[in-house]
Design a protein around this ligand. Sequence first.
Ligand SMILES: CC(C)(COP(=O)(O)OP(=O)(O)OC[C@H]1O[C@@H](n2cnc3c(N)ncnc32)[C@H](O)[C@@H]1OP(=O)(O)O)[C@@H](O)C(=O)NCCC(=O)NCCS
Length: 142
Amino acid sequence: MTNGLTIRENTFTAAEFIALWESVWSGAPAFEQVEKALANSVYRVGIYDGEKIVGMARMIGDLGLCYYIKDVIVRPEYQGCGAGRMLLDRLLTFIRKNGVPGTDIAAELCAMPDKMPFYAKFGFAANEAQRMRLMLRAGEEA
Ligand SMILES: CC(C)(COP(=O)(O)OP(=O)(O)OC[C@H]1O[C@@H](n2cnc3c(N)ncnc32)[C@H](O)[C@@H]1OP(=O)(O)O)[C@@H](O)C(=O)NCCC(=O)NCCS
């Protein structure tokens, strides 16, 4: 790549995930949760400067009808040099390649308002639907 960064598929670890998360947000999830989530993600991609991970994204999905894009993060000191575009290009290529030829597949995500223009560059658009969410505590009876 012209920015000197390289891409690796399905390799980044829970420790790398947490380090990247902590470079931009507080309150990272627990190591065991991340390990389980990565093992059950359909695809994940990391951006590397040499051996150092500087960006990541992952997707959950069914390959046929829909995907949900999660945890798109580029380390602050690497933002603005094309790493985010590398991540999104790779995710969208995976979706096109693995679908049923000739059919439409939905790629969805949740974005803060200041990140919506970034996703709009790849064709994402908001509609009238609102995200609804319920947080549950694992291991507790209903
Ligand atoms: C959002 C994020 C992934 C973008 O990564 P990045 O490496 O800075 O993006 P790129 O340099 O590849 O930019 C790609 C294009 O998007 C544009 N862009 C990037 N962030 C933007 C923003 N917040 N608003 C508008 N445009 C943006 C760039 O100008 C560039 O445009 P161009 O190709 O026309 O020149 C990065 O800012 C980030 O990790 N932020 C913190 C974590 C976060 O909020 N993630 C998103 C969760 S919803």
